[in-house]
Design a protein around this ligand. Structure first.
Ligand SMILES: [Zn+2]
Length: 257
């Protein structure tokens, strides 16, 4: 009996030694700012916050603004704690022990078990629970423990207030335009304005990919007068007044540069 007992222990140790290395630490997800692409929000951290590494996000008139998933995952909590604590909150499980929390929401746009990706609207900014005004209380956790938040791998500001601009779900939102100058080549500039260096040209009729749009020098062209400039490559801008995009102003879902 004694001998058998030892062999069972040895067998158990062997199983443990085999299983433990089979669960390597997963890399952290690439977390994005939890707001739609292109939006800028003021994020505040403070050492007396609970939990300490949470971020409170605000911007002007933010009540009801959409809150989006900061990384792909599965919704594992959609909970209303009433007038205390988080109030209405969502938790997303990103795998590898990583979760994110979105608290004081005005309402929910997801349900438990739902698989979601970057940019999915999960709810709206509110002031539910133990909140004194509209804001998003946001947390990143590892194995249940509050961790210092990172966006695109960059540590958030601890402690203080900083503006964070979202690139959440921006990558899928390029647009296509057609250059129409009625003849001449269109000058490509290094920045969004006629004062920037000419870095090339595109022929009339060329199809261009628009990665983002921004405001610059006002230009009158084929499509009227516009201060919008389209970035069509790295350090390459053309006036939107010569580009047919299907929209008079900014193209929906294309980010601001
Ligand atoms: Zn908070």
């Amino acid at each position: 009996m004694r001998r058998r007992w030892f062999s069972l222990v040895a067998a158990g140790l062997l199983v443990a030694a085999t299983l433990l290395p089979a669960a390597p630490a997963m890399a952290a997800p690439t977390f994005k700012v939890p707001f739609p692409c292109g939006q800028s929000w003021s994020g505040q951290t403070r050492s007396d916050h609970s939990p300490a590494y949470a971020i409170d996000f605000n911007r002007t008139d933010d009540l009801g603004d959409p809150v989006v998933a900061s990384a792909p995952g599965t919704v594992d909590r959609v909970t209303d704690l009433g007038g205390t604590s988080y109030g209405k909150y969502v938790r997303i499980d990103h795998g590898g022990g990583y979760t994110t929390y979105y608290a004081h929401l005005n309402g929910f746009n997801v349900s438990v078990g739902q698989s979601i990706s970057y940019g999915k609207v999960i709810g709206w900014v509110g002031s539910t629970g133990g909140s004194t005004g509209p804001h998003l209380h946001y947390e990143q956790r590892l194995n249940g423990n509050d961790i210092q938040a990172r966006f695109n791998g960059t540590l958030a500001l601890y402690w203080g207030t900083k503006t964070y601009t979202s690139d959440n779900n921006c990558s899928s939102t390029t647009a296509t335009g057609t250059v129409n100058t009625a003849g001449a080549d269109l000058t490509v500039r290094s920045g969004p304005g006629t004062g920037y260096t000419a870095v090339g040209s595109v022929a009339d009729g060329t199809t261009v990919t628009i990665y983002c749009q921004t405001s610059g020098t006002t230009v009158t062209g084929t499509y009227g007068t516009s201060s919008i400039w389209d970035r069509i490559g790295s350090g390459r801008y053309v006036s939107d007044a010569y580009v047919q995009t299907g929209y008079d102003g900014y193209i929906p879902n294309v980010p601001r540069c």
